[in-house]
Design a protein around this ligand. Structure first.
Ligand code: NDP
Ligand SMILES: O=C1O[C@H](COP(=O)(O)O)[C@@H](O)[C@H](O)[C@H]1O
Length: 501
């Protein structure tokens, strides 16, 4: 069936009716991300007419009060031009609400009863709650007879704190749901440009033939955040930037860059290849650790023209904390395709701006004939920008124009800005895509258990080495690009972080 979206355009065939049960419907993730994402799916005509959304939380709310709360949320987190009264009313009319303490068996019958009022349809169960509740919720759902084979469960990161705790959580979910019905979110996989990485690499022979150590000298992945820890000290201080960002988002990006071509686009074909990359990641040994990894923690500084506190002065802080808010590292994927190609990763909070980008640096020509002073310029770079302003630019070298320039080279972009190129359609938020794929039963943008566990294994090893060294993190002022040592780390290889922000 085709359908018209908010701009009157025909959308893809509408999917079958799929219902959604949202645990933690009044929490931060649901309010800021999931409910707005579901509203947009409705606006795009991608929810079946009779799809219903059951909110579950422990507050004692009447349905009307829940709807009012969602209305307020959508008004707050949706751009005014995208808030359409007709769609909003249609969306609110889809909502139901059940008050429930997720840890108690009593009350889960309400979910079974809710399902019995519905025409049989698949159910996506989204657990927008801390991972310590996943096992309880799955068990209670099963015991209350609320599940059938059409039910899929979506779980948020972080799955555990290390390999062991992650295995416990995965076991608890796996006791109730088979892997084929478990959808582990890494919201970076839902970002438009990340999806484009797959298209770019595997649809363009131009890149396919160059994508290896013969042609690529090194790869940079930067995920810089302007924000600090946003009132999440309790969670963040137990995690740190390695667990919070590298174990999941950065390693997923690295996998998509480094993996071998999958034999098709099936979820398992892609995930098998990602696992091979994770297994091939070089562990850091004693000497490499000191040289190739930099941990940092921000101190007071200036962000966007405002003075901001240091990590140790944040609300709720323990002033002795050695938790890192920044990590930079040089790693390698030890296989034939990538031998000798460093992957430089860096991510931090309180950086000068929000910026996520991957830069692929191609090797120089084997024989150089231009001005020796310009030799440093003479490489191609592929810049894949995830945020802000999603886009892909290929930096090429051309002759500088003008009679007085001779054969001077000028680097310049062949540029694809997704907002310009596809200006007719807005770029969907990552959660819209992920929710839609979960509702369609497509797992390729979700993380399989062995991926999570191999990523933990590698991080656990690094954390154990850090702990053995007992070194405090290096300081960097809020609003800077991290400790000076992170610049020295790459400069010692005769390179620099790509800075054309
Ligand atoms: N917020 C974000 O941007 C991101 C969140 N995540 C992950 O998403 C998940 C949810 O995070 P977030 O929304 O921030 O967390 P919140 O604490 O804001 O939301 C969790 C919700 O679950 C409810 N809840 C907790 N325990 C129970 C219980 N026993 N019975 C009923 N309700 C309960 C809480 O209710 P109450 O308020 O009454 O305690 C709260 O509304 C976490 O796993 C987090 O790691 C991942 C990436 C980003
Ligand atoms: O998962 C997380 O991601 C956010 C950054 O996400 P982005 O889409 O805004 O780049 C990060 O702030 C948070 O600490 C982490 O848990």
């Amino acid at each position: 069936m085709s359908h018209r979206n908010a701009s009157g355009a025909k959308t893809q065939e509408i999917q079958e009716t799929v219902d959604l049960a949202l645990f933690g419907a009044l929490g931060d993730l649901s309010q800021r991300k999931l409910l707005p994402a579901l509203y947009h799916l409705d606006r795009e005509g991608l929810l079946a007419d009779d799809t219903r959304l059951l909110g579950l939380a422990r507050q004692n709310l009447e349905l009307d009060a829940f709807k009012e709360q969602v209305r307020t949320t959508l008004t707050r987190y949706t751009k005014p031009v995208e808030l359409d009264d007709t769609v909003l009313e249609r969306f609110l009319a889809r909502l139901d609400y059940v008050r429930l303490d997720f840890t108690q068996t009593e009350g889960y019958n309400a979910i079974r009863q809710w399902r019995e009022t519905r025409r049989p349809s698949p159910l996506v169960i989204y657990l927008a709650v801390g991972a310590s509740l996943y096992g309880d919720i799955c068990r209670h759902l099963q015991r209350s007879d609320s599940l059938d084979e059409s039910c899929r469960v979506v779980v948020e990161k972080p799955i555990g704190h290390d390999l062991e705790s992650s295995a416990d959580i995965n076991d608890a979910i796996g006791d109730v749901f088979p892997e084929s019905r478990i959808y582990r979110i890494d919201h970076y996989l839902g970002k438009e440009t990340v999806q484009n990485l797959i298209a770019l690499r595997f649809a363009n022979p131009l890149f396919g033939t160059q994508w290896n150590q013969n042609h690529i000298s090194h790869v940079e992945i930067t995920v810089a955040e302007k924000v600090g820890i946003e009132g999440r000290w309790g969670y963040f201080d137990q995690a740190g930037q390695l667990r919070d960002m590298v174990q999941n988002h950065l390693l997923q990006l690295l996998c998509l860059i480094a993996m071998e071509p999958p034999s098709n686009l099936d979820a398992d074909a892609i995930r098998d290849e990602k696992v091979k990359v994770l297994k091939a990641l070089k562990p850091f040994t004693g000497e490499a650790l000191g040289r190739d990894v930099v941990r940092g923690q921000y101190t007071v500084g200036n962000s966007g023209g405002k003075n901001v506190p240091g990590y140790l002065e944040e609300e709720g802080a323990n002033t002795e904390s050695r938790t890192e808010t920044f990590v930079a590292m040089k790693t390698e994927v030890a296989n034939w395709r990538w031998a000798g190609v460093p992957f430089y990763l860096r991510t931090g909070k309180r950086m000068p701006e929000k910026l996520s980008q991957i830069v692929i640096h191609f090797r120089q020509q084997p024989h150089y004939i231009f001005d020796p002073d310009q030799r440093g310029l003479a490489t191609n770079k592929l810049i894949i920008r995830l945020q802000p302003e999603e886009g892909i630019a290929l930096q090429v070298l051309t002759k500088d124009s003008g009679l007085d320039k001779g054969m001077r080279l000028r680097p310049g972009p062949l540029h694809l800005d997704f907002n310009d190129a596809f200006s007719k359609s807005r770029i969907p938020d990552a959660y819209e895509r992920l929710l839609l794929e979960a509702m369609k039963g497509q797992q390729y943008l979700f993380v399989r258990r062995d991926e999570v566990e191999h990523a933990w294994r590698w991080c656990d090893h690094l954390i154990a080495e850090w702990e053995a060294r007992e070194e405090p993190p290096r300081r960097y002022p809020a609003g800077s690009w991290g400790p000076v040592a992170s610049i020295a780390m790459i400069t010692q290889d005769g390179r620099s972080w790509y800075e054309d922000y």
